[in-house]
Write a protein that binds this ligand. Structure first.
Ligand code: PLP
Length: 378
């Protein structure tokens, strides 16, 4: 399944992207796109240039959270009008860049931000399309560090301020108000949270109807999860269930648009971190497989307690053994998995750390003066 011969010629650690699987995933998404639906790839999951190009070619839009991402997307072939720009802290240079590029929509998260965008757009003689990110106070049943839609989170505008903020925007000369934006969290595998969001959106739309405020676009964010336990059995997420949930939960009016921002579900399964085992070390109570990739290459286990399936892709033996698979970094949290049973492993073996296409390479750091991981796609 992996091109092992090619792998043996590359310096480890590196990210491997299976572009055939990426394309199949993109096809599966495109099959679910209904009239009025617009899917933006949430670029922060992975900005590897080859991955970006495949997604741009598939015709998706993109969701950016920084000026750097906007530049990367335009460079990869995304159309500026298909870019949406989110984030609680947009710098002046990023707003200017977005206005110059002519992006489709700013997802605005506060009144001070709205004022700055209006000021800068006025100065530049441009109009900025905006949607307001509303905090729907819908709980996402996932890791605390990746819930974003609760009242206590820093994201978005409180529901009770929604009408006032829209009225304010409607008075601003350089602002074109488009609609509402939401994003409740990530790695959501049951549809309940998305259903709860639909229900909340219905309530907000009824409230806006009563105020005679027209909503041209609704953006429901991303968050669909993937199967980290069984990447080979479930390489493509259940997009049908996901889009069906929204089709059932939100009845669009004529001309109204429904936008989605999928990140992890688009790219996670097509990426693996490939690492070489440096040493097998027998400790007092544990046996360690020490590899040349560390938390600097893939921080998700250390940051979110995330599980990634690890496979020895070169071992020829049937014999099994149990290891803590760890990296070389001077931190106790530099552990990929504890008590993991896999084929008997020796120095020089290659391990594939699976489902690492999202929030993997892009989160790599140079801590310990390490080199950033390389990448290879085929
Ligand atoms: C991160 C993010 C997404 C994508 O989330 P996934 O869980 O990767 O699908 C979408 N929208 C916004 C605003 C985000 O910050």
């Amino acid at each position: 399944m992996f091109p092992i011969d090619k792998f043996q010629t590359l310096r480890t650690p590196f990210y491997y992207y299976d572009t055939a699987l990426l394309d199949k995933t993109l096809d599966a998404i495109k099959q679910e796109i209904r009239p009025g639906y617009h899917v933006h790839y949430a670029v922060k999951a992975c900005t590897n240039p080859l991955v970006l190009e495949h997604i741009a070619k598939a015709g998706l839009g993109c969701d950016c959270v920084s000026g750097g991402e906007i530049e990367a997307c335009i460079g990869a072939g995304f159309k500026a009008e298909d870019v949406v720009f989110a984030g609680v802290g947009k710098s002046d240079w990023e707003i200017e860049l977005a206005l110059k590029a002519g992006i489709g929509c700013f997802n605005v998260e506060s009144i001070p931000e709205l004022e700055v965008i209006n000021e800068m757009a006025t100065q530049m003689g441009k109009t900025a399309c905006v949607a307001f990110r509303i905090n729907p106070n819908v709980g996402a049943h996932t890791h605390a560090n990746i819930t974003t839609g609760l009242a206590e989170n820093k994201f978005g505008i409180a529901m009770e301020d929604m009408v006032d903020v829209i009225r304010m925007a409607q008075q601003m000369p350089a602002i074109c108000f488009r609609g509402l934006h939401f994003h409740i969290g990530s790695q959501l595998l049951v549809m309940d949270d998305f259903e709860a969001l639909c229900k909340r959106i219905g309530e907000l739309l009824a409230q806006l109807d009563a105020e005679n405020i027209e909503i041209k676009s609704i953006n429901v964010g991303g968050g669909l999860g993937i199967d980290y336990q069984n990447p080979d059995e479930n390489p493509i997420p259940n997009f049908k269930a996901y889009f069906d949930t929204y089709a059932k939960g939100i009845q669009l009016r004529p001309g109204q648009e429904l936008h989605f921002e999928l990140g992890r579900s688009v790219v996670a399964q097509c990426g693996s971190l490939i690492t070489r085992v440096l040493y097998i070390k027998k400790g007092a109570v544990k046996q360690f497989a020490i590899c040349d990739a560390g938390m600097t290459d893939l921080i998700r286990p250390a940051l979110y307690d995330a599980y990634h399936l690890i496979q020895n892709i070169t071992s020829q033996t049937e014999e099994q053994a149990t290891y803590d698979v760890v990296g070389p970094i001077c931190e106790s949290s530099d552990v990929f998995v504890k008590d993991h049973t896999m084929p008997l492993t020796k120095r020089g073996d290659l391990l594939a750390i699976r489902s690492a296409g999202a929030y993997g390479e892009i989160m790599a750091s140079q801590y310990n003066c390490r080199k950033l991981p390389q990448s290879f796609a085929d």
